[in-house]
Design a protein around this ligand. Structure first.
Ligand code: 3PG
Length: 305
């Protein structure tokens, strides 16, 4: 059995070594495709793979068509919007994710982006502190929970809204649970996004919602670029000179945002939230273990299709 790691954005070497150990101990073979630039390279590499470990790599019908032996794809991470689940099911390929494994890394980056924004991108001018500010966590999943924990250490007042998470669960963490998304944006000076990209959430972060935020509002996006209505974000930032947008998921309109709002907009060049040795080890090794359990014992924990 051949297990392929296909990562446009490679794991830390220590994580690849850990994955190799799990795979080889189980008697399987490990193949590696890193930093590929063309889809054709991915299609060629998946030809003989029985199992696939990916990150945000696009696994669509074309890739699945090329992977005639494939039985399982594990997205080493949380969001699996990069995988065509309908096509995978049609090909009888099991799709899993590794929820929570990279959550702390993403949460630390979200707080880092907040500090960067309130300190005016370290441009030498006097900024503000996070202490005492109201932070809104939009969706209280694995990452949202870690953001709350760290933000409390900064002395922030932490609020959250989650359409699916029971209020008591949020409140048990000492976080104020709000009843509506509008209340979250109205209340909080900083909002950190942790919603997945789904048909329901795409473009849901729009002008009307963002304009509810108080003066000096900061939107932090370590979730997905697709959840933002970028035209409306640009309109809002043009009208509100107080508003900042910081993200590690580069918008389609990056060039426009960087040109028009260079002192109020920042994006990392690549998605960096989960890019730590610890997160790579946690998510990568969890993926390898899930593949071995599936191939050997038919265990389907964390299956999403
Ligand atoms: C996730 O969904 O797990 C994060 O967005 C991290 O994505 P990455 O593995 O591509 O860095």
């Amino acid at each position: 059995m051949k297990i392929l790691i296909a990562t446009d954005k490679p794991f830390a070497k220590v994580a690849v070594d850990g994955i190799r150990e799990v795979v080889e101990t189980a008697g399987y073979e490990l193949a590696l495709l890193e930093k590929y630039t063309e889809k054709e390279q991915l299609k060629a590499a998946v030809k003989e793979a029985d199992a696939l470990i990916v990150r945000s790599d696009i696994i669509d019908a074309e890739v699945l068509n090329a992977a005639s032996q494939l039985k399982i794809v594990v997205r080493a991470g949380a969001g699996y919007d990069n995988i065509d689940l309908v096509a995978a099911t049609a090909h009888d390929v099991c799709v899993m994710n590794t929820p929570g494994q990279n959550a702390n890394a993403v949460a630390e980056l979200a707080l880092g982006l907040m500090v960067y924004a309130v300190r005016n991108f370290y441009n030498g001018t006097s900024g503000t502190e996070l202490k005492g500010k109201r932070l809104g966590i939009h969706a209280y999943g694995n990452v949202g929970r870690q953001v709350a924990r760290i933000a409390k250490g900064f002395g922030m007042e932490v609020y959250a809204y989650d359409a699916y998470c029971p209020k008591t669960l949020i409140e048990n963490d000492g976080v104020i649970a709000l009843d509506s998304v509008e209340a979250l944006y109205k209340t909080c000076q900083i909002v950190s996004l942790h919603i997945p990209a789904t048909a329901e959430t795409k473009k849901s972060i729009n002008y009307a919602l963002l304009n509810l935020m108080p003066k000096g509002g900061i939107l932090v996006n370590t979730a997905r670029k697709e959840v933002i209505d970028e035209d409306e974000l640009i309109r809002l930032m043009a009208e509100r000179a107080d508003f900042k947008y910081v993200t590690d998921v580069m918008p389609v309109a990056h060039a426009t945002l960087a040109k028009e709002f260079d002192e109020r907009y920042f994006s990392t060049p690549k998605k960096m939230g989960a890019q730590t040795a610890e997160a790579n080890i946690n998510a990568g090794i969890a993926a390898a273990n899930q593949i071995v359990a599936f191939l050997r014992d038919g265990i389907e924990s964390y299956k999403v299709n």
